[in-house]
Ligand binder design. Sequence first.
Ligand code: MF3
Ligand code: CO
Ligand code: CO
Length: 247
Amino acid sequence: MITVKTDKEIALMRESCRIVRETLEFVGSNIRAGMTTKDVDDMVNRYILSCGAYPSSLGYCGYPASSCVSVNEVVVHGIPSERIIEEGDIVSVDITAEKNGYNGDAARTFMIGNVSDEKRQLVKVTEECFFKAIEGLKAGTPLYDIGYAVQTHAESHGYGVVRALVGHGIGREMHEDPSVPNYGRRGTGMRLKAGMTICIEPMINAGTHKVVFHKDGWTVTTMDGKPSAHYENTVLITEDGVEILTL
Ligand code: MF3
Ligand code: CO
Ligand code: CO
């Protein structure tokens, strides 16, 4: 079901999204080579709880952690583990926090120390994909214009756009309708309405768009083992534009 939020609900979304943003800023200033992905998850868990919020990932469909920490060839849903983060890695950290019944969801890909030009460029273009997607976005825009913008930008750099996973609506539930693919035909799909809150989250691969779903039920990696980057924000659609709630 697609939900359009009232002003009161939007105020609550803003609060949850602020916590998500602050948590990611905190992780960004503290993530280091030598830490395990579990150490990162512990930071996320403590920070979100200290804000009086709940890390919605924890227990979601049995997911065992407060964040998804996805290193290099891991596209998304990396389960925090004893894997050690190394100099030169790119690490996507994706978190969802719930407070007063509403969720905020965002992800950043952090570069650890000196990373290769290939990885740096991938991270940069993935962020650009998000900003291309919100250019001109407002009430009345056809939904698949978002994917069109992401795909056009990513493919112009020779990158693969992940199709097997998509963005989504968000609110009381972490995942609400509609699905927000990162590919699509311009001018198609439902028209967005003011008051809708959606997560736009390009997942961009250096090589093939194809991915592998692992037996642990969560981890998704690139099929060719090349790196992947992820960038996500929760966005409010308004009459004349968007408000990025997690930035
Ligand atoms: N935050 C992810 C998203 O952007 C969802 C993670 S679900 C989890 O949609 F259970 F893996 F955490
Ligand atoms: Co997310
Ligand atoms: Co999301």
